[in-house]
Design a protein around this ligand. Sequence first.
Ligand SMILES: C[S@@+](CC[C@H](N)C(=O)[O-])C[C@H]1O[C@@H](n2cnc3c(N)ncnc32)[C@H](O)[C@@H]1O
Length: 427
Amino acid sequence: MKNPQFAVTRPLLVQTVQVLGLVLGFEHPADAVLSRHFRDHKALGHRDRGFVAETVYAVLRRLRWLRRLVGEAASPRELVLAWLARGENWPLRNFEGLANATEREWLAELKGAAVDEGSLADRADLPDWLAERLLAGTDEAGLLALARSLNRPAPLDLRANLVKTDRDALIARLRADGIAAEPGVLSPQAVRLAGKPALQKHPAFLDGSFEVQDQGSQLLGFLVQPKRGELVVDFCAGAGGKTLQLGAMMRSTGRLYAFDVSERRLAKLKPRMARAGLSNVHPTVIAHENDAKVKRLAGKADRVLVDAPCSGLGTLRRNPDLKWRQSPESVAEMVAKQGSILAAAARLVRPGGRLVYATCSLLAEENDGVVDAFLAAHPEFREGDAQDVLAKQGITLATGRRLHLSPAEHDTDGFFAAVLERAAPDA
Ligand SMILES: C[S@@+](CC[C@H](N)C(=O)[O-])C[C@H]1O[C@@H](n2cnc3c(N)ncnc32)[C@H](O)[C@@H]1O
């Protein structure tokens, strides 16, 4: 957004400040506040939306640094102006017509202001508790590299829907429309786009040829590795990002149960299933993980995916407000829930079947901690090798037994997954 080709108008700046003010109340997730704002301001064009969203996200990413620069009590307007002047390096002339004379004087001073180096958490732009926990798994340089990667916007990845097309055909179709698209390097179903084009009305989206899905998320589907005709359960399906991939890998055969406690999220899955041409998906609202609807499938599932509710800290590139919204207490609550969901989901797996536990968290307690506790309490399960499972499908990734993806190393969201296998009767 440096030296924008399009003019940022005064009303657009006012809107950006307004949205940031709401987001900084931390009552609702930033993406929900932005969606609502755009719904209420339908006339805003793609570039204007891009400016509002990117500026709000950028301030959230660098909030700690900006507050050190401008002052702890900085107003949303001061934060936005300071970000544009210092983060985006706008020359002062860009502010004419946007900021008044006093503000422009203040910005001129701000341009030369120094901020001392600060603590490690300051430099990482993370809350102290989070920097401390992430530091447990790395050293200072590793933490700063991770933080830098989390403080950048994420690229846009698509997943080719193999029920409708193949990856090469999809890439050719996108390129024919002037969209710069390359094959993803990790997932054989992934397409990485160079920019952030509007895709909601693209014919290839409307006919179900692709869905937006991070490459890292796509690898989880390969760990589940469902086959045609199987009985598969996506235990925490949400709006179905991974359900749709699993259903396509099953070539729309067999039975794929999409469980979730949120009726609202599952409702979003239904039009996506129709677009994707899948007739094997059964969205099912459950009251909790031990619902009778779950118990009915005990011992019957070939594959079960638990994409557990988690802190989401691996998605900070897309949801930078999460680092300020989560707390040690909220993480502890998640860990208890994750253990309970995993134990309930495990009951569905038939002997010889596979259970995959996954999160988009970077915290050891939500990842290895939950799996270690599960294995200790469930001797009927043994751990498989994620790297091996991927290698057998042509995906070469030096991840080790458990999948650990990080934006710093893999340029994907931060994902964790473990493959757990229920012993076969004669094993
Ligand atoms: C990480 S999200 C799932 C994202 C989804 N798999 C996707 O790929 O789009 C976790 C989901 O778990 C759901 N959830 C929370 N508690 C649950 C429970 N006890 N049983 C099943 N699902 C639950 C949440 O509603 C949320 O949709």
